[in-house]
Write a protein that binds this ligand. Structure first.
Ligand SMILES: Nc1nc2c(c(=O)[nH]1)N[C@H]1C(S)=C(S)[C@@H](COP(=O)(O)O)O[C@H]1N2
Ligand SMILES: [Mo]
Length: 554
């Protein structure tokens, strides 16, 4: 800021205009915080997904064009949701500040901005799949509270300004309404010099700060109350699984090549990648959960969680992967899953002729379609309830998700599953297919180098190279490595635990000479197909191309 003469007498200096504008913007911001706080409190009654920002964010995710979504996943990875929410909060803050600036001139216009906010949130909440009428309540209340707050604060603000502008006896003539609120004045002999309108200004400041504080408190309180009300961690901890009818022996240690730095064969739950569109995790109490099986079936079914537990449970060692994974990327993981065999349940329901798609629906409205023929062709499709010896973590679909080996998650692995519909591809396009993704979603052969790390410095001589390859449900038959575009050399494959699992590999690179080198890898699946060199983006059917790593030998 520039040096200004202390307490300019009459000129409404730039500083004053800036301060006034800041005050008006603060009024808008405080009103927005009050609005969102009220929304969070009301969401205590209707559930976290109905809170205004979450509802708007969820609608934004669904409306985001595929290329932008891909960009977000690529750039922000699993942080895509915090980034989106941050963006929404920032946009709202800017609009709220503008609403404040507007409100001190035209109160009705400022209030209208909040009305539009509220309506937008209400529309977003109602547009969520499975929304109830009451779901728009948090946004409507938020809109009303925001509009009321901005009207009241703007009135105080205008009053403070007009007090400041009222010419006092003895004050210079010609001080119009543009006179700065901060204008100094000579007061009577008993009263020390006091700026005009100080009390009024104090009142606005206090009211704005108070609105802000109460709103923030309501927001935080509403969140905490909602989290507590819909908490299902105790219900999850209480789940006990009967011994599986078909248990698997422990995996042999030889599935891992024991190269330091290589990821473990079984991915711990805490490290398992997470990809979904859920801004708030669906919380489902298994006691309230039921799975409906319907559509082109002779005997529609409704299964409770306890009934599912009484099915002959099976274990499945399975590598789940995401179509959005880039070459060499992290969206893949392996676990031992436990669940009820899906084919048996479908046969019991009696699949009718003409059906070729199985659509899973989740509590949060996701739809995922799998080729029905594949589900019934003898592969071990599962309604999974547990993962690595624990009930499914909330982020991975508690209490139940589907798994169909050989398909990417987006066409087979519905989390928070509540509904299975036997239908036809011609009759229904699931969520991702509507957005242009391949409707089948067969996992493509992939391989990646994990050791050495990209741009690692390694000593000359013998260098251990190792990584992971998968061609889910077909199986990996070979992995080859080459250095600096030289001849392909076979890597050593660790023990094969089955075609539904990834396969880890290692390669001893001997005679590594100082300098920069490029290591490449490619896999061959059990049908004999070699992973293609041609690069393809994840959209629309999964990435292709060889992974490579550049290292410096010292
Ligand atoms: N309800 C729901 N299920 C879902 C998704 C989702 O967005 N919502 N994403 C799918 C995708 S794209 C993948 S790759 C897997 C990821 O499962 P994970 O998060 O347990 O690793 O879940 C699938 N199931
Ligand atoms: Mo995915």
């Amino acid at each position: 800021m520039t040096d200004e003469p202390a307490l300019p007498a009459a000129a409404p200096g730039r500083r004053h205009r800036v301060l006034r504008a800041a005050g008006a913007a603060a009024i808008g911001l405080a009103s927005a915080v009050a609005a969102l706080g009220a929304g969070e409190l009301v969401a205590y009654a209707t559930g976290a997904p109905t809170a205004p920002v979450i509802a708007v964010g969820s609608a934004a995710i669904d409306l985001t064009p595929t290329p932008l979504k891909e960009y977000a996943v690529r750039t922000f990875g699993t942080h895509d949701k915090p980034v989106l929410l941050g963006g929404i909060y920032l946009t709202m803050a800017l609009l709220a500040a503008l609403a404040g600036l507007l409100a001190v001139r035209r109160p009705a216009a400022g209030a209208a901005v909040f009305g539009v906010f509220g309506a937008l949130g209400a529309w977003a909440a109602l547009s969520r799949p499975g929304a109830a009428a009451a779901d728009c309540a948090p946004s409507i209340v938020a809109g009303l509270v925001g509009a009321t707050a901005v009207l009241l604060l703007a009135r105080l603000y205008r009053r403070a300004l007009s007090t400041a502008a009222t010419p006092r006896p003895g004050a210079a003539e010609g001080e119009g309404p543009e006179k700065p609120a901060e204008g100094p004045e000579g007061a009577g002999p008993e009263v020390p010099p006091q700026p005009v309108g100080l009390t009024g200004r104090r009142t606005v400041l206090a009211a704005t700060a108070g609105t802000f504080a109460v709103g923030a408190l309501a927001g935080v309180g509403g969140r905490v109350l909602t989290d507590r009300r819909f908490d299902v961690t105790a219900a999850r901890d209480a789940v006990r699984f009967p011994a599986p009818a078909e248990a698997l022996p422990p995996l042999p240690a030889a599935v891992h090549p024991r190269v330091p730095g290589l990821s473990p064969f079984t991915t711990p739950n805490a490290d398992f990648y997470r990809v979904d569109t859920a801004l708030t995790l669906p919380r489902i109490d298994p006691r309230d959960w039921a799975l409906r099986i319907h559509g082109l079936v002779d005997h529609p079914q409704v299964l409770t969680f306890d009934e599912l537990l009484r099915e002959p449970l099976e274990e499945l060692d399975y590598t789940l992967s995401c179509v959005s994974n880039e070459v060499g990327g992290p969206y893949v993981g392996t676990s031992r899953w436990l669940g009820a065999p899906l084919p048996a349940l479908l046969r019991r329901a009696g699949v009718r002729a003409g059906a070729d798609q199985l659509v899973g629906r989740s509590k949060d409205g996701m739809t995922i379609g799998t080729p029905l023929e594949s589900v019934l062709d003898g592969r071990r499709a599962l309604l999974a309830l547990a993962m690595d010896g624990q009930a499914l973590p909330l982020a991975h679909g508690f209490p139940c998700r589907s798994l169909v080996p050989g398909f990417y998650g987006y066409t087979s692995a519905t989390k928070w599953l509540i509904d299975l519909e036997v239908t036809a591809f011609a009759a229904f396009d699931p969520y991702w297919v509507r957005r242009g993704w391949d409707r089948t979603g067969t996992v493509r052969t992939a391989s990646r180098i994990e050791v050495p790390a990209p741009f690692a410095k390694v000593p000359a001589g013998e260098v251990d190279v190792a990584g992971t390859a998968w061609a889910t449900h077909r199986g990996v038959a070979a992995v080859e490595v080459r250095v600096d575009g030289g001849p392909w050399q076979p890597a050593e494959l660790a023990a094969d635990a089955g075609p539904d699992l990834w396969r880890q590999w290692s390669y001893r690179w001997s005679g590594a000479a100082p300098g920069t080198h490029r290591i490449e890898v490619r896999a061959t699946d059990a049908t004999g197909a070699v992973q293609p060199e041609q690069r393809a983006t994840p959209f629309p059917a999964g990435a292709t191309g060889w992974h490579s790593t550049v290292v410096t030998v010292t």
